[in-house]
Structures are given as C-alpha cells and as structure tokens.
Design a protein around this ligand. Structure first.
Ligand code: IMP
Length: 202
C-alpha cells in the first residue's frame, strides 16, 4: 500500500503553548508550520464582528501568504450580564496595551453590583481552516461564572475569575492538562481534529 504523504498545515500563531497543545493532540501525522516560519507576514488586523470572523481573517491571510492550508483560532469571554462583553475585545478590554490584570480588574469593576446568580459567562473559541479548495470552522465553548475576586495562580487571561462549577475551581486552579481537557480551546481543538479525520487529513 502506498504511504500517505504528510499534509502540511500552517498554524497562524507564534504562541508556544498553542503550538504545543495542538501538536500534543494531533500527534505526528501532520507537518506543522507556524508564523515563526513566516516572519515577513504583514500584521493581520482582527477587525471582524465575531471571533469566527477574526479566525477566518487570520487563516485567509496566512493561506494567501504561504500558499499552504492554514488554520487560525480566536477566543472571547462572553459575560451575560454585560450583554456578551468583552467578547471580541477580550484581549484589549481595558485598552490597546492592557495587561491580563488590567482586563480582569476592569471586568470585576464593571460587574461590581451584579449578584452571584447573574454572573454567568462563557469562553468561546473558533478555529477556522482555509486552503485553496475549501474553508470551514468549528467552535468550542465552556460555561462558567465570574467570581467577585481572583482565585488561583495558574493559567492566564481571565482564568483567575472564571469559576468552573463541575470541578468547583477557577481555571487558574486547574493544572494545564485538566484545563485543556474541558476548556473552550480544548473542545474546539477536539472538534477540529475530529473534522480532519472525517475529511481523511489525518
Ligand atoms: P486569543 O484569541 O487566544 O488571543 O484570546 C483573546 C483573549 O481572550 C486573550 O488575550 C485572553 O485575555 C482571553 N483568553 C483566551 N483564552 C483564554 C483562556 O484560556 N483563559 C483565560 N483567558 C483567555
């Protein structure tokens, strides 16, 4: 039987953690490139109206530049009591160069008067795939509740205030393996890999 040639995919990120997580889930059956392989790629402005649009903007730009199949992800935290904010503005909620801490503090301030039972929120991740024949996307989400104050040391972004009821812990209190198993990004990645298998890419 002829051996299938490993397909090359470009991951539209420089983020080491995302690359490692992806690599861990797909094994060695795909050849992975990342944005580190394309230092001259012009900055892609993420000015879509949804995380899904932003994922497509990045994947399309990387595909156009590299000529290879490309995938990109985008994530947002959506708080029900804030009508879905910060959403697509999650990384720059407190301003263009805001730190994770600035964003968390602003979120807590905006939610100051909101009672416990109205603090529901979710993280959503979209992953978009684009090659010269097709484009498709998947989504992963996880429900939680925003605490009144930060708790835990691990993770990043809004993890210290995102409380996950089934484990009675914030995302900052989970170890990385545990978080990746249940998180928005972990679920989106599982759905993505499932689709790659159905399409016989893996
Ligand atoms: P990105 O699309 O992965 O860059 O995520 C956008 C923003 O969402 C980040 O800057 C973080 O503030 C937040 N974020 C994304 N993923 C997570 C997570 O797993 N935990 C907490 N915050 C996250």
């Amino acid at each position: 039987m002829m051996k299938k040639k490993a397909k090359i995919i470009v991951l539209a990120t420089h983020n080491r953690d995302k690359i490692r997580e992806f690599r861990e889930k797909i094994g060695n059956s795909l050849q992975l490139k990342t944005l580190d392989d394309y230092p001259d790629l012009p900055e892609v402005s993420e000015d879509g109206n949804s995380i899904r649009e932003n994922a497509y903007l990045k994947a399309r730009a990387v595909h156009a530049f590299s000529g290879l199949p490309a995938i990109a992800d985008d994530t947002g935290l959506e708080v029900d009591a804030l009508n879905g904010a910060p959403g697509i503005y999650s990384s720059r909620f407190a301003g263009e160069n805001a730190s994770y801490r600035d964003n968390v503090l602003l979120l807590l301030e905006r939610m100051n008067n909101i009672p416990q039972e109205q603090r529901s929120a979710c993280f959503r991740t979209s992953i978009a795939y684009v090659d010269n024949q097709e484009s498709w996307d998947v989504e992963g989400r996880v429900e939680g509740r925003i605490l009144q104050e930060a708790k835990g040391e691990g993770g990043f972004g809004y993890d210290p205030v995102f409380f996950y009821e089934p484990l009675q812990k914030t995302f900052s209190e989970l170890d990385l393996k545990e978080k990746n198993r249940i998180s928005h990004r972990g679920k989106a990645l599982d759905a993505f890999i499932h689709t790659l298998k159905i399409k016989k890419y893996l």
